[in-house]
Design a protein around this ligand. Structure first.
Ligand code: PMP
Ligand code: GLN
Length: 413
């Protein structure tokens, strides 16, 4: 086994998706919607498949299907406030996953340090290691609150800790806002502090913004690339799966300045080479439609977060009712909750895992019939204890499914 893969183990997804297949719990684990995407999106793909332009079944341009990079350029030029060149400043990929992989591989040299904010989307760590980089972890720390429920704005980076982790070996920092699994939306001050350090130390920022449209009032999504002096050093990552509720389509993208994009284009060219054509065409058409009605109530980017906000209220309430302690997310479609007030109701000894949240969530999946994800999966080994008291639930589910989850917890507690 090559050394750089030697400490790779089965990911939480591989393990928990198999468990969901084997035990059929109500699944609030892996993040995906259980309701249909907008009907016009499904119709679009059908029309592409059965329509007259059969050439849409052949290879397309390697760095991105022309119609899609053009649609992305129109939308993001508007949002970023500068002209984004569709040929040189955008790459479409096989999901945001590949965009992350190509960006990390394309920019990391042996021994480069990469700062990762915890809790983090779990694939960042192995990707950095495969590229020969050294991940440096810094956890968000919850501030004590009293008299109200905590929100993810109470989870913050320690200023000194952040300043001290940057050094001359730092090559990049990965920022994920809205964050998975917490749902924290970094505010302007927080992003500016990170941006200032990136400029001070000449560091590249990977801004994973796959949940950019799922932000709850009064929070605002701020794009890192719009902050002063940051376009030049930021690669932003997005996902059609999240944007249009079609996680199975696996189309993602990265955009940034041409001199940085070449590096990921090379990785993409020599691994995946070209993405699927009909799906990219459908995503392009969806973007054209939503860009035209951006900011209106009909726009999916307006209606989806409204729908999700009600689900967030519902799940928060029932988690409190059963005695868990949720952290109210400002964005994204996950919520984490402290389950330890109910620890005596669970048979943790029936599972063998090292971390308590794994034992809890496995026992719950198998014996109580509700699946959540153990948040310690989103921490480095040294910090896994920070996630052990929590469980992550996904709430982009039909109201009746969320009601069933509430009933399962009520019956169990
Ligand atoms: N980044 C984050 C933070 C995610 O939650 C996900 C979802 N798996 C991805 C990237 C990957 O997105 P995709 O499904 O488009 O590959
Ligand atoms: N982003 C989704 C989640 O966090 C899916 C992750 C995955 O399947 N790797 O649940």
């Amino acid at each position: 086994l090559p050394k750089r893969y030697a400490d790779s183990t089965e990911s939480v997804w591989t393990e928990y998706i198999q468990m969901a297949i084997d035990h059929k719990p109500l699944n609030l684990g892996q993040g995906f919607p259980d309701f249909p995407p907008p009907q016009y999106i499904l119709d679009t793909l059908r029309d592409i498949a059965s329509g007259p332009n059969y050439m849409l079944n052949q290879y397309t341009r390697g760095f991105g299907h022309p119609r899609l990079v053009s649609a992305l350029s129109k939308l993001y030029s508007k949002l970023i406030g500068r002209e984004i060149n569709e040929r040189t400043e955008i790459l479409t990929t096989s999901g945001a996953y590949e965009a992350l992989f190509s960006t990390i591989m394309g920019h990391t040299d042996e021994g480069d340090e990469v700062i990762i904010i915890e809790p983090f989307f779990d694939c960042y760590e192995p990707m950095v290691k495969y590229a020969g980089g050294i991940p440096r972890f810094i956890p968000l720390r919850p501030k004590p609150v009293s008299g109200r429920l905590p929100t993810t704005s109470d989870w913050v980076l320690d200023k000194d800790e952040l300043e001290n982790i940057f050094n001359e070996k730092t090559k990049m920092i990965i920022v994920n806002s809205p964050n998975n699994p917490l749902g924290k939306v970094f505010n302007e001050d927080e992003l500016n502090h990170i941006a200032d350090l990136c400029k001070k130390w000449n560091v590249l920022c990977i801004s994973d913004e796959v949940y950019e449209w799922m932000v709850y009032e009064p929070n605002k999504h701020i794009r890192m690339a719009t902050l002063p002096g940051m376009w030049e050093r930021t690669i932003t990552i997005g996902s059609a799966g999240k944007t249009f509720s079609v996680t199975g389509w696996k189309v993602g993208w990265a955009y940034g300045p041409a001199n940085l994009m070449v590096n990921l284009q090379m990785i993409h060219q020599n691994s995946v080479y070209t993405g699927v054509t009909p799906i990219q065409e459908a995503v392009a058409i969806a973007f054209e439609k939503e860009t035209e009605r951006l900011g209106t109530d009909e726009c999916y980017f307006t209606s989806l977060p409204k729908e999700l906000e009600a689900k967030r209220e519902f799940i928060t309430k029932f988690l409190v009712d059963v005695g868990m302690r949720p952290i109210i997310p400002e964005g994204g479609y996950f919520i984490i909750a402290d389950w330890t007030p109910l620890e005596s109701r669970a048979d943790l000894d029936s599972e063998k895992d090292e971390y308590k949240d794994y034992r809890f969530t496995k026992w719950m999946s198998k014996k109580v019939g509700l699946q959540g994800i153990p948040p310690s999966a989103f921490y480095s080994v040294a910090h896994k204890h920070l996630g052990e008291n929590f469980v992550r639930y996904c709430f982009i589910k039909k109201d009746e499914e969320l009601q069933k989850a509430a009933d399962i917890l009520q019956k169990w507690k």
